[in-house]
Design a protein around this ligand. Sequence first.
Ligand SMILES: Nc1ncnc2c1ncn2[C@@H]1O[C@H](COP(=O)(O)OP(=O)(O)OP(=O)(O)O)[C@@H](O)[C@H]1O
Ligand SMILES: [Mg+2]
Length: 253
Amino acid sequence: MGILEVKNVGKRFGGLQALGDVNLSVAENSVHAIIGPNGAGKSTLLNCLVGKLIPDSGSVMFDGQSVLGRTPYEINQMGISRVFQTPEIFGDLTVMENMMIPCFARRDGAFKLNGIKSVESETEIRDRAEAMMEDMNLAEKRHMHAASMSRGDKRRLEIAMCLAQEPRLLLLDEPTAGMARADTNNTIDLLKEIKQKRDITIVIIEHDMHVVFSLAERITVLAQGTPLVEDVPEKIKGHPKVREAYLGETAAA
Ligand SMILES: Nc1ncnc2c1ncn2[C@@H]1O[C@H](COP(=O)(O)OP(=O)(O)OP(=O)(O)O)[C@@H](O)[C@H]1O
Ligand SMILES: [Mg+2]
């Protein structure tokens, strides 16, 4: 039984069956990649896991509890954090100010924004934000406005903001899209370090196979809203179903 169990999830957008009948089991403390061509339904699936979309059918269980029917905030409080495909940071705030937001709103903290004093002091929150910036190579940029950073730095800031919430499950939707190769390699190394330092399960959606094969322990190939194959990376490399998914060729077994 995985920490994340997706069973028979379906989602339609009008006449389009974006997700057919998706089953996915993600083992605790593993890195599980979901790959597939554009429009395969990868982001739709991720959005169903975090309450941004409600599936038409099926179940999504995290650590034995259903996430369906809960708000994105409640799901976040359960220990799930996500980086969406489009960066979601406050461009006119500095890196440090962006980092402070999730540190205040952390899973076992209270919202200062609601007038409730956080369970941590301001100093503790600043220390947590500083530590996360160090971990993600952002400390030297703490006073930069987020909007003026490179795409790679914006992505790392988002990941740092997620990690500051100390999630048990981190969902990453194309974290290295649009990055230069050096930036991508840097992000791979940082994610590996994070994985070594803490107990965390990572689900990563990615088109860059270098990233997928560097990080993933298991890979699910999604095509037209349906998982075609799921296996360890060595078995996925060169798998005829992967060719079928990406090129539309009928696989010769
Ligand atoms: N809100 C929506 N309304 C209507 N159709 C949608 C909506 N969101 C996604 N779709 C459609 O559902 C299908 C799956 O989209 P999705 O974004 O999940 O694909 P994806 O695998 O993430 O693709 P990409 O690799 O390009 O990010 C696509 O055909 C897309 O156009
Ligand atoms: Mg997508």
